[in-house]
Write a protein that binds this ligand. Structure first.
Ligand SMILES: Cc1cc2nc3c(=O)[nH]c(=O)nc-3n(C[C@H](O)[C@H](O)[C@H](O)COP(=O)(O)OP(=O)(O)OC[C@H]3O[C@@H](n4cnc5c(N)ncnc54)[C@H](O)[C@@H]3O)c2cc1C
Length: 458
């Protein structure tokens, strides 16, 4: 039988952004008059990689800053601000900011390699007082009659605790095994790193929305060392099916004229294509008695963008607050756990249905993205910042309905729809392919020099 000393207040399974953030804020807090005893179990050994687009949105950066992690990464030169960024619409309209103007507050996005940043967050949790136990692959967990969880690892180790957090990623094996989360992830995304110094890409972060992958996209994020994270996202709501992602990548992305030109003929890949699931839109129930699911395990990925690092970290902070309050009050009931679901729903979850709707809309009316790019070309960074904030969930989706955004878009969408017909420019794909040539010729195609190095030919 375990002595009381062996019993953790909270056992967190998975030390990705969700689990490590939960453990960090729990370890800092005072529960029941004492600092809670927290175990952070991770099956891998750090540094460990995670297949990802490596784009850390503003809310994640704010939390990293609060932990003191971001300042150190910046000082060591391991981050890249993607201010010189933008997007290319389905018909090849391109807005890429020079990044010379200051970004609006709350809109910054950094490229940081997960292999670097995840370890830093896990170590921040450890330094705050959580026990980080690596190489601990959790096999199952049971809530025993004595009111404590027994958590068993594949190597035979056993941990006991009052409260359990599943932060084990999109497959959500633990919560599914316990019957709390059901169903398989509905989205998939892929990554391939391109070696720095071998490519043609001169911006920092650009999303390409070719019609073949809508409402998903292809994202290029440039790292501190010039490596590129080339990510492809199949988002539900369009014609592309998740199971086809490898085929789409090989047959369309790798042959895409604009992406080929941006990468250039000498691009070297640092790894084979790696594909991982996206559990999108939030699960209906992320809690049970003495149990919470956090991050991808609870499907906390935005259904418009496939981004989930910042939501995982926000949810981790909310989970820590809920668990701390439960320990303080000595109330470990299911009702007390429900406060967590309400917390993350209020923080970002209620935006998810609007995100899913926006995804379906961009697939049905790709001219929306064409119009957004053209309006951004006219109005510059101010418009782009507002549009980008709503796209990435920093601002609510109702931002799209504000007059400053909705009116110019409403005027431009019909123009874009008519353009192909009146000017006989052909369909959206033909215009997209032709924009490669236009991109070469345009001296200031917002500003194209930023997207493609004019010295290097495609
Ligand atoms: C290709 C791709 C690109 C993406 N791009 C972006 C992007 O650019 N920006 C963005 O914000 N989001 C992006 N996402 C989503 C993002 O990766 C996730 O939302 C984020 O990683 C969620 O963090 P998490 O901690 O919940 O899960 P994870 O990061 O998956 O962490 C889960 C952890 O649990 C551990 N674990 C799993 N099982 C066990 C077990 N049995 N026992 C112990 N430990 C276990 C794992 O080893 C891992 O460390 C992308 C996803 C994919 C697939």
């Amino acid at each position: 039988m375990n002595s009381r000393q062996d019993i953790y207040d909270v056992i967190v399974v998975g030390a990705g952004p969700a689990g490590a953030t939960t453990a960090y804020y729990l370890a800092l807090s005072q529960g029941g008059g004492e600092t809670p005893r927290v175990a952070l179990l991770e099956k891998a050994h750090f540094p460990r990689d995670k297949v990802c687009g490596d784009a850390w949105c503003a809310p994640a950066l704010d939390i990293l800053e609060d932990m003191g992690v971001l300042q150190k990464l910046e000082a060591e030169g391991l981050v890249r601000d993607t201010r010189a960024g933008g997007f290319v619409s389905p018909s090849g309209e391109c807005f890429v900011s020079t990044g010379l103007e200051a970004g609006a507050p709350g809109t910054r996005v950094y490229a940081i390699k997960r292999i670097i940043c995840d370890e830093r967050i896990a170590h921040a949790a450890r330094d705050a007082g959580a026990e980080l136990i690596e190489g601990a692959a959790v096999r199952d967990a049971t809530l025993e009659e004595d009111g404590l969880w027994t958590v068993r690892c594949s190597d035979g180790r056993v941990f006991r605790g009052k409260l359990l957090v599943a932060a084990d990623g999109a497959p959500s094996k633990l919560a599914r095994r316990l019957g709390i989360v059901s169903g398989s992830p509905t989205g998939f995304a892929a990554r391939q790193y391109v070696k720095g110094g071998t490519h043609n890409f001169r911006a920092d972060g650009v999303l390409f929305y070719p019609s073949y992958i809508l409402p998903g996209y292809v994202a290029l994020f440039r790292h501190y060392n010039d490596d590129i994270d080339l990510g492809s996202y199949v988002i539900p709501g369009g014609a592309a099916h998740s199971k086809e992602l490898r085929h789409i990548y090989e047959e369309r992305v790798r042959r895409d004229p604009l992406i080929r030109r941006v990468l250039g003929p000498k691009a070297e890949y640092l790894e084979p294509l790696r594909i991982a699931p996206l559990r999108l839109g939030g699960v209906e129930r992320s809690y049970a008695r003495q149990f919470l699911a956090v991050g991808d395990a609870a499907g906390q990925i935005d259904p418009l963008t496939g981004e989930g690092i910042h939501t995982a970290m926000i949810a981790g902070r909310i989970a820590a607050r809920t668990l701390r309050d439960m320990l303080l009050r000595g109330d470990l009931s299911e009702g007390a756990c429900a406060a967590y679901q309400e917390g993350w729903q209020a923080a970002f979850g209620r935006e998810f249905p609007a995100s899913a709707l926006a995804a379906r809309f961009t697939y049905r009316v790709p001219a929306l993205l064409d119009a957004a790019s053209v309006v951004a070309q006219r109005r510059g960074d101010a418009f782009m910042n507002t549009f980008g904030a709503a796209m990435t969930g920093v601002a609510p989706k109702t931002t799209f309905l504000k007059p400053g955004v909705a009116l110019p878009l409403a005027l431009e969408i019909p123009r874009q729809l008519l353009r192909g017909i009146l000017r006989k420019e052909g369909g959206v794909d033909a215009r997209y392919a032709r924009s490669v040539q236009a991109g070469r010729e345009r001296a200031t195609s917002f500003p194209n020099a930023c997207l493609i190095d004019p010295q290097v030919d495609g």
